[in-house]
Design a protein around this ligand. Structure first.
Ligand code: ATP
Length: 405
């Protein structure tokens, strides 16, 4: 059963943040666990989680996120940006209703971590407050995302040093560049999971202040598909793909199950709804993650555009499985057709990749990131013919050139 959110005399703090590595649990002397690196950037939800095994599976599912868990307590504080689950959709929610219909699952499902939270509860504990304001952005309605002179450092390490670029409606853009140059960091900044230290991010012409929130009305849904697929190990494929709808919509469970089946069909998967992620191959997991990113929220007359960002979607796949994923990425785009022959719905996408096949097959325009900036951009054809020494060294894989390891 779900217990009161405020009854515990000794709350335990559990934090989840987006980090490129897993961290070991850390407990402070007062028994509360927290993460100093991420605290200022978290959306906080006060929750009563189910069991420690659910938290473990959450940890495994999120893979590259860090979760700190202290010892047992009746109440815990979970700090998790909900769009970690691939959506920033501003759907309405009816958490209480959802909780009451799913209380029996409380011992095993991370759904219960988030469900019994009202918007008022969330805003009470959110820091910093996310908001958007109309700013002096370029008023081109075709520009969905604009990053202007973005800087980001981690400790002493300056990663982004004035990165600027635009993503227009209908574009299929690849971000490439040497390892550690900040490609994933850019995705997290665009997704609103990280704040830039300096510089501006505009979403459909509106300047973003702070981190994105579920309440934000940006006119653009932004999905992020993590390299690891980030599926919850203890949830079935159906629960993973439908997570945001179970979470943030008032749709019936039957309707969500139908939408999950449709979304899986769009990525060429059938009859896997009740399987656990451990029963899937690496390529299937990536397709499930894609299905989760593109699932429709079934809102009648919904016109909100969607941008999906893929972080190394073909890493670790064999060449044929890579081709399948690359074609799927194309197929769900507005210029493509999905596995069911339906036109794709994704307005634009951004792919971080190191793989030549992905650049060739899934991308039309390339941004080359080096030294914290976009140092080159152009079409894939321009890329092949470029005489830019940085691009040439990267294409040739040469040890000699301006890129030093
Ligand atoms: N939360 C964080 N705290 C500290 N350092 C971080 C954090 N996130 C990223 N970094 C560091 O920032 C740098 C850029 O990381 P990022 O993952 O963005 O690079 P990348 O270009 O995507 O690399 P790769 O191609 O190897 O995946 C790395 O040195 C990384 O260690």
């Amino acid at each position: 059963m779900v217990s009161s959110l405020t009854s515990s005399p000794s709350p335990l703090s559990v934090s989840v943040h987006l980090s490129p590595w897993s961290s070991k649990p850390a407990t402070s002397s007062n028994g509360n666990a927290s993460c100093d690196r991420c605290k200022p950037e978290m959306t906080r939800l006060v929750v009563t989680p189910p069991t420690s095994s659910s938290l473990r599976s959450l940890h495994q599912g999120l893979d590259r996120q860090c979760i700190h868990v202290g010892s047992s307590a009746q109440e815990r504080r979970l700090i998790i940006p909900t769009h970690v689950l691939c959506s920033s959709s501003s759907t309405s929610s009816s958490p209480q209703a959802r909780v009451s219909s799913r209380q029996d699952d409380s011992s095993s499902s991370p759904f219960m971590l988030l469900n019994h939270q009202t918007s008022a509860d969330v805003s009470d504990v959110t820091q910093p407050q996310a908001s958007v304001a109309v700013a002096e952005a370029d008023n081109d309605p075709e520009v969905l995302i604009e990053c202007h002179d973005v800087y980001k450092a981690f400790g002493e390490k300056q990663i982004l040093k004035g990165a600027s670029f635009k993503i227009r409606r209908g574009e299929a853009v690849g971000i490439i560049g040497p390892s550690g140059t900040g490609k994933s960091t850019i995705l997290r900044i665009v997704a609103g999971l990280l704040n830039p230290d300096k510089g501006d991010v505009y979403i459909c012409g509106k300047k973003r202040h702070g981190l994105i929130s579920d309440e934000e009305l940006s006119g653009l849904r932004i999905g992020l598909v993590f390299q690891s697929a980030a599926l919850f190990d203890s949830l079935t494929v159906r629960e993973n793909v439908g997570f945001m709808l179970y979470e943030h919509s008032s749709l019936s469970n039957e309707r969500i199950a139908e939408l999950v089946t449709e979304s899986l069909a769009a990525v060429g998967l059938k009859g896997v709804e009740e399987r656990l992620p451990s029963e899937l191959s690496g390529g299937m997991k990536k397709r499930v993650a894609l299905a989760r990113a593109i699932i429709s929220n079934d809102k009648p007359g919904q016109t909100e555009q969607e941008l999906v960002m893929y972080d190394e979607p073909t890493a670790g796949l064999d060449p044929i499985a890579s081709t399948v994923v690359e074609d799927l990425i194309r197929s769900v785009h507005i210029n493509g057709r999905d596995a069911m022959g339906k036109p794709g719905t994704i307005a634009s996408y951004l792919v971080v990749t190191h793989q030549h096949s992905t650049i060739r097959r899934a991308v039309d325009r390339i941004l080359f990131l080096h030294g914290g900036k976009v140092v080159w951009e152009g079409t894939t054809a321009d890329f092949d013919n470029s005489t830019n020494p940085i691009v040439r060294q990267f294409v040739d894989g040469s040890l000699r050139g301006p890129i030093q390891y």
